[in-house]
Write a protein that binds this ligand. Structure first.
Ligand code: FSX
Ligand code: SF4
Length: 287
């Protein structure tokens, strides 16, 4: 796509494992080529102008091109942030081109039309923000709050996020910024995330009659093995992963709660049963 119907996307990678990008590369419908070259919604597409992992250019010329975008396209581009933002010690724990990630993320966000915080790290801090968090990692929304930047942020959590969660959120933003009533209290699009895993889980009939798997590989509900599905909003059961082939619980692994604020600490240790009361205490402690 070219011309007036494309929205510039700047994809900034901070403190993460790049799994968010890898997940997007696994997108099936639309696949990555369709996403980048075709319309995402009728008449509108995206022009990915910076993505350190996917693009060819490197080094100073690439960074200079990045730095020009806020000048040339102020208020008109979408900023996708992947990974948590290190803020301790002046942001020195995470640098891109000798500039702290925090500084780069803030200056890119300040002139963006909107920010998509892709992945749990960018949304809420995620694994890099786990206790004791020596690098002072935060999600991009928290960074913008600290910097007094009022650009809208939409969270697209998951560690990693499902490729369609990104595509659907990006499509919604291309159609116009979602109103506050479209977001849940964790800043996610309700249309994409609403519903506890536990409500749609194929092992739910086992839970309801108290048939719990005694060990991995056994049939039955995985709650006693630490499943966090009762506390986790995500549409994994409806969508499946890897082209709908499978997903964590279908493969016999308890849900680890990766789409939720304060993941991983809130759900740690992962393979221990968490009662509702304990979960609520952990949630309050993390606030
Ligand atoms: Fe975080 Fe992205 Fe988890 Fe990784 O970079 S959401 S660690 S899967 O991929 O930021
Ligand atoms: Fe709920 Fe997890 Fe059991 Fe599924 S496996 S019914 S999500 S506790």
């Amino acid at each position: 796509m070219s011309g007036a119907n494309t929205r510039t996307v700047v994809w900034f990678q901070a403190g993460g494992c790049t799994g968010c990008s890898i997940s997007l590369m696994n997108a099936d419908y639309p696949d990555l080529a369709n996403l980048l070259l075709d319309e995402v919604v009728p008449g509108k597409g995206i022009a990915l102008k910076f993505h350190a992992t996917l693009m060819g250019p490197t080094g100073r010329p690439a960074l200079e091109a990045l730095e020009r975008i806020p000048e040339k396209e102020a208020g008109e581009y979408l900023l996708v942030v992947e990974g948590a933002i290190p803020t301790a010690a002046g942001g020195r724990f995470g640098m891109v081109g000798e500039v702290p990630m925090a500084q780069r993320a803030a200056s890119l966000a300040r002139r963006a039309q909107a920010v998509l915080a892709l992945g749990t790290c960018a949304s809420y801090g995620g694994i890099p923000a786990g206790v004791p968090n020596p690098a002072g990692c935060v999600g991009v929304g928290e960074l913008l709050r600290r910097e007094g930047i009022q650009v809208p942020v939409v969270n697209v959590p998951g560690c990693p996020p499902h490729p369609r969660w990104f595509v659907e959120t990006a499509a919604r933003v291309l159609l116009g910024l979602p109103g506050p009533e479209e977001l849940d209290e964790a800043g996610r699009l309700k249309a994409v995330y609403r519903g506890l895993i536990h409500e749609s889980c194929p092992r739910r009939p086992d839970f309801d009659v108290g048939r719990f798997a005694p060990s991995f590989g056994e049939e039955g509900c995985l709650y006693e093995l630490g499943c966090k599905g009762p506390f986790t909003e995500s549409q994994c059961p409806q969508r499946g992963w890897n082209g709908g082939v499978s997903w964590c619980i279908a493969a016999g692994h308890p849900c680890i709660g990766c789409t939720e604020p304060d993941f991983l600490d809130r759900f740690s240790p992962l393979f221990r049963k968490l009662s509702l009361e304990e979960e609520q205490q952990a949630y309050r402690r993390a606030r």
